[in-house]
Design a protein around this ligand. Structure first.
Ligand code: AQP
Length: 342
C-alpha cells in the first residue's frame, strides 16, 4: 500500500464549515478560532463554506443563501483574513464535486456505513436519508484532497471523517500505483475540541439542535449569552482544583473547557484559579468572558452583513484563487484514472 507521508507535500491547511444554520460557540472554539491562529502562524490556509454538504439535509434556498453569507461574515469577523487565506464557497469551485464522484468509486459502502455522523443524522430512518448524506465523507475527502491539503483543523467529531479521507487517498494511490494524494493529518487542538450542549453534557453543541438554549450563537447579544450561561445545566458541587476532579461531571467540565479555550489556558491552569468556587460565582465570570470575546465578533458580522457586496466580492475572488489549485489537480486525477479529454 502506498502511504505517501504528508511531508512529501507542501504543507497546506484546509477546512470548511456547513452553512446549515447560524454559527455556534462550538464552531468558533473548535474550528474558527484555530483557523485564524493557523493563518497567523504564516501557513497557507484555504477555508470554505461547504454548501454542497449542507444540502445533504433539506435547506430552504433563501435561508441557505443568507446562511452562506452570514458564515462568510463569521469567518472574517473571527479573524480569517481574505488577504492572507483563501476563502470561498464550495459550489463555486466545481472540482470539489467532480473529484467527489471519482472518490464515490474508490470509497466502499461499508466504510460509509460505519461513519458515526451518518448513523447519528440518518438515525433509524436511513431508508429515507438522502444518498448525498450517505456519501458526505467522500465529498469531504474531495474537499481536502483536491488541494493536496496536509493538515485539517477540526473539532473532535470530524476525526473519523479525516481517517476516511486517508483511507480514500491510500486506496486511490494503491489502486492506480501512484503517490498522488497525501495522508492528511487532522489538527485537533485546544481545550474545546468538543463543546457540549449547555442543556445536556453528553450531546455536542450543534447549530441544528432544536433547542436554542443548548447553544450560544455567535449572533447572540450580551444578555442572551449571559442568560444561557446562567441557565446552563450544572451540578451542585463546587469546582475542583484539578482536572481529574471533573471526571463524571460532563456539564462542569464543559464550562471549564470553554473558559480554558477562551483564555488559551489548560484546564488545570483554570482550576488553579477557580477551584473551590460555586457555579453561582463561576458562571458570571464565564459569561463576562464570553461576552467580551464574542461581542466584537457579532458586531463585525452585523457590519459585514449590512452590505453583502463586499462578502460576495471576497468569495468570488477566493473561488478564482482556489481554482488555480484545483483545476490542475483534478486534470491530473482524470489522467491517472484514464478519463479521456480532461
Ligand atoms: N460542539 C462542537 N465542538 C467543537 N467543534 C465543533 N464543530 C462543530 N460543532 C462543534 C466543528 O466545527 C466545524 C464545522 O462543523 P460543520 O458545521 O461543518 O458540521 P458539524 O460538525 O456537523 O457542526 P454542527 O454545528 O453540529 O452542524 P449541524 O448541526 O448542521 O450538523 C468542524 O470542524 C466541527 O468539528
Amino acid at each position: 500500500m502506498t502511504d505517501a507521508p504528508a511531508s512529501q507535500f507542501t504543507p497546506r491547511v484546509f477546512s470548511g464549515i456547513q452553512p446549515s444554520g447560524g454559527l455556534t460557540l462550538g464552531n468558533y472554539l473548535g474550528a474558527l478560532k484555530r483557523f485564524s491562529e493557523m493563518q497567523d502562524e504564516g501557513r497557507e490556509c484555504i477555508y470554505c463554506m461547504v454548501d454542497l454538504h449542507a444540502i445533504t439535509v433539506w435547506q430552504d434556498p433563501d435561508k441557505l443563501r443568507h446562511n452562506t453569507r452570514e458564515l462568510a461574515a463569521g469567518f472574517i469577523a473571527s479573524g480569517v483574513d481574505p488577504e492572507k487565506s483563501i476563502l470561498f464557497n464550495q459550489s463555486a469551485v466545481p472540482e470539489h464535486a467532480q473529484l467527489a464522484w471519482i472518490f464515490n468509486t474508490v470509497a466502499r459502502m461499508g466504510w460509509m456505513q460505519r461513519m458515526t455522523q451518518w448513523k447519528d443524522k440518518a438515525g433509524k430512518n436511513a431508508e429515507k436519508a438522502s444518498l448525498g448524506l450517505f456519501a458526505y465523507p467522500a465529498l469531504m475527502a474531495a474537499d481536502i484532497l483536491v488541494y493536496h491539503a496536509t493538515h485539517v483543523p477540526v473539532g473532535e467529531d470530524q476525526k473519523q471523517h479525516i481517517e476516511l479521507t486517508r483511507d480514500v487517498a491510500a486506496k486511490f494511490n494503491h489502486d492506480y500505483g501512484v503517490d498522488f494524494f497525501p495522508m492528511t493529518e487532522p489538527v485537533i487542538e485546544g481545550a474545546a475540541t468538543r463543546v457540549m450542549s449547555l442543556r445536556d453534557g453528553s450531546k455536542k453543541m450543534s447549530k441544528s439542535d432544536p433547542s436554542d438554549a443548548s447553544r450560544i450563537n455567535l449572533t447572540d447579544d450580551a444578555d442572551t449569552i449571559a442568560k444561557k450561561i446562567r441557565k446552563a445545566k450544572t451540578d451542585p458541587d463546587a469546582l475542583p482544583s484539578e482536572a481529574k476532579g471533573l471526571e463524571d461531571r460532563p456539564e462542569a467540565r464543559n464550562l471549564v473547557n470553554i473558559y480554558a479555550a477562551f483564555t488559551n489556558q489548560s484546564v488545570d491552569q483554570v482550576l488553579a484559579e477557580v477551584g473551590g468556587k460555586q457555579f453561582g460565582e463561576f458562571k458570571p465570570m464565564l459569561a463576562d468572558l464570553a461576552v467580551a470575546k464574542l461581542s466584537p465578533i457579532s458586531t463585525e458580522m452585523a457590519r459585514l452583513l449590512n452590505d453583502t457586496t463586499e462578502i460576495d466580492r471576497v468569495l468570488a475572488r477566493g473561488a478564482a484563487q482556489a481554482r488555480e489549485i484545483t483545476v490542475p489537480i483534478l486534470k491530473k486525477t482524470y489522467e491517472i484514472v484514464g478519463l479521456v479529454g480532461a
